[in-house]
Write a protein that binds this ligand. Structure first.
Ligand SMILES: Nc1ncnc2c1ncn2[C@@H]1O[C@H](COP(=O)(O)OP(=O)(O)OP(=O)(O)O)[C@@H](O)[C@H]1O
Length: 205
């Protein structure tokens, strides 16, 4: 069924003990749309993302996704014992089980993010910003239908920040719907919509 959406959640609620974190949250994302999600520390942004991705079960509500998903989390999830090359070989083999991940796109991203000099380095020896670049490109190798990113450019220098936005724009043009979570959103004009999570609810900004 073509709903014209890549993600929809309806009536999402989640409490931890007596603390209600999400209360009746509704969100729809269209292909090619870029939505920013802001909120104070502890407002529930990560909880919302965890519910969208199915990592945490909501108390109420439904989540639906159409197509493939890419996720760039805030915390580092790379295997530190791999070299960058081993990490990429492993990631591509995982993606190829479910989606198309072409080596040409991977090579372009490695060049654009200046990672080609580090292919034989262990991930544990890379700088924080370099690891962040690798984590970001890993989330998009399969050109997902929906991309969810939590503080994705934390640690990028200015040039890499600009490269990041170039790549995001290309993904949007190819139809990827994007949800970008951050405490602070710069360049607000790049977003189609900005939502704020406040007292458990999503509010248009
Ligand atoms: N597994 C958990 N068990 C209990 N409480 C939790 C759990 N996960 C999150 N919380 C609580 O839920 C609230 C929202 O947390 P969450 O991490 O979703 O906020 P956030 O907006 O992502 O915060 P930050 O901007 O600091 O990353 C916080 O009060 C947090 O302590």
């Amino acid at each position: 069924m073509d709903t014209g959406l890549c993600c929809s959640c309806r009536g999402l609620s989640k409490s931890y003990g007596r603390k209600q974190v999400l209360s009746n949250c509704n969100l729809e994302l269209k292909p090619g749309e870029l939505v920013g999600l802001i909120g104070e520390n502890g407002s529930g942004k990560s909880t919302l993302v965890q519910c969208l991705l199915g990592y945490t079960a909501p108390d109420k509500g439904t989540v639906r996704m159409w197509g493939t998903v890419g996720y760039c989390p805030q915390e580092m999830i790379l295997n530190r014992a791999f070299t960058l090359q081993e990490h990429l070989t492993f990631s591509m083999s995982v993606y190829e089980q479910h989606a198309h991940a072409d080596t040409g796109f991977a090579s372009t991203l490695l060049e654009e993010f200046r990672l080609t000099d580090y292919m034989e380095e262990l991930i544990k020896n890379l700088s924080g910003g370099t690891r962040q670049k690798l984590q970001f490109i890993t989330s998009i190798l399969h050109r997902p239908s929906l991309l969810i990113m939590d503080e994705p450019y934390d640690g990028f220098d200015w040039e890499m920040y600009l490269t990041f936005w170039d790549v995001i724009e290309r993904l949007r043009q190819a139809g990827t719907g994007i949800l970008l979570i951050s405490h602070l959103l710069y360049d607000r004009d790049k977003f189609d919509r900005i939502l704020a999570l406040k007292e458990g609810g999503l509010h248009a900004q």
